[in-house]
Design a protein around this ligand. Structure first.
Ligand SMILES: [Zn+2]
Ligand SMILES: [Zn+2]
Length: 305
């Protein structure tokens, strides 16, 4: 399972239908947050994601709309008896901010919180995946993130295995796990019965940024790109000045990178009543695009073989 839950899709200002930034990944029941704007914990409740399986929060940058949800979430999890450590990753300043969150108000923190600063290119290893920090171009120190799954084993060729004299059962399972087995005094190696490795999935989260090369490179052939799209093209000058991206710019980047699907988020409050200008500007260039909404959920499928 690789499921993306959009908890907050608004821009700098929250609106009646958009919370500030928070994107949750549910990967095989491990929860990971990319940004945690104000009100994220209540969005988690509305989306019924649970909290205790949250392993880490990856902060893109320390503008208020991306991190103000952290102190409340930390305290709620402490109240609910969390024991497992929580990792908070982010750009420079992460260690100081983490210390602040831990000391915010009067409460007894019952679990450990570790703040870890990342530089572009740094890699955090997870179970069967990694998350790489990407250089982005915003008005303050900032990072994007690429979640890259490890390749999956190839398909098991049962016919071939039977032909080689392997009886169905535990020996099949061993070979599938990559362990050689011996039958009739002959060694059978996993590669004798397994197809070539199959690619895992890749999800890119840009955080707030101008369109930039590092996000483009990381997005090549990605299954899903979640990108800052604060404005439609009419606001190009302001997007440049405020270091955000427009619909047309992001669509062009997605097209060049050859991503399978594009999700636009960090939508400015000026589009509260109508996101049509954003959708129109992006569809002109890239067809498979969706403007994210709060509490929208999408599954990232494996690509067809
Ligand atoms: Zn923002
Ligand atoms: Zn920002």
């Amino acid at each position: 399972m690789l499921r993306i839950i959009f908890l907050g899709t608004g821009g700098y200002l929250p609106t009646r239908n958009r919370n500030p930034s928070a994107v949750m990944v549910n990967r095989e029941r491990e929860l990971i947050l990319f940004d945690c704007g104000e009100g994220t914990q209540q969005q988690m409740m509305r989306a019924k994601t649970g909290m205790m399986s949250l392993s880490s929060i990856f902060v893109s940058h320390f503008h208020a709309d991306h991190f103000l949800g952290i102190p409340g979430l930390i305290q709620t999890m402490s109240f609910m008896g969390r024991k497992e450590p929580l990792m908070i990753y982010g750009p420079e300043g992460t260690r100081e901010f983490t210390e602040l969150f831990k000391a915010f108000g009067y409460f007894n923190l019952k679990y450990e919180i570790r703040g870890i600063q990342l530089k572009p290119g740094d890699v955090v290893e997870g179970k069967d995946y990694l998350i790489r920090a990407l250089k982005t171009e915003h008005s303050i120190p900032s990072l994007g993130y690429a979640l890259v799954e490890n390749p999956r084993p190839g398909r098991f060729n049962m016919e071939k295995a039977v032909k080689l004299g392997i009886p169905p059962g535990p020996l099949f399972a061993k070979l599938q796990r990559g362990i050689p087995v011996e039958v009739n005094e002959k060694l059978v190696k996993p590669e004798d019965v397994m197809g070539v490795l199959r690619p895992g999935r890749t999800v890119i989260y840009s955080g707030d940024t101008r369109p930039c090369d590092s996000v483009l490179e990381a997005s090549r052939d990605a299954d899903l790109l979640i990108h800052d799209c604060s404005f439609a093209d009419e606001m190009a000058d302001w997007a440049e000045e405020s270091r955000h991206s427009t619909a047309g710019e992001v669509a062009a980047l997605a097209k060049e990178a050859g991503v399978r699907k594009l999700l636009l988020t960090h939508i400015s409050s000026r589009y509260t009543d109508d996101v049509e200008p954003i959708l129109t500007d992006s569809k002109k260039i890239f067809e498979n695009v969706i403007v994210a909404e709060d509490l929208m959920e999408i599954e990232v499928p494996y690509r067809p073989e």
